[in-house]
Design a protein. Structure first.
Length: 134
């Protein structure tokens, strides 16, 4: 008897393989690919633990990410943006990876049952202000 098994699409299980695809798409501003690599609703929060979480659907994602990629990452004195950090960070050492969570600058990636996804970002106050103007 034939057996049919319902299955969900299985995404990339190795973080650096996933990150390579994500990084390339982010640098190119390939929003279509980025959406496939993102968990929705996509969540952001300010820099403080008590800041409210704001959720974005796929339609809102492009505008939010476009502004976020220009945000000062706060990791160096040169004023590098999130995009600059992605350009510099080609891979993430295994020692900086948790089994189901990786953070690169202000970006959080989570391993889901279907593979790695971009799930969360920390927005600074200026980013939220720029979003309101856009």
């Amino acid at each position: 008897f034939p057996v049919t098994i319902a299955s969900e699409e299985v995404g990339i299980q190795d973080f650096n393989a996933f990150y390579s695809q994500f990084r390339t798409a982010a640098i190119k501003k390939d929003w279509t690919t980025l959406k496939t690599l993102t968990q929705f609703p996509f969540e952001t929060r300010g820099e403080l633990d008590g800041d409210p979480i704001i959720k974005y659907n796929e339609a809102q994602f492009t505008k939010a990410m476009d502004v976020f990629m220009n945000q000062y990452a706060g990791l160096d004195m040169e004023g590098s943006s999130e995009l600059n950090i992605l350009e510099k960070t080609k891979t993430v050492p295994k020692s900086d990876q948790q089994a189901d969570y990786v953070r690169v600058s202000n970006l959080e990636f989570r391993k889901t049952k279907t593979g790695w996804k971009f799930a969360f970002a920390y927005f600074v106050e200026d980013t939220y202000a720029a979003l309101k103007k856009k």
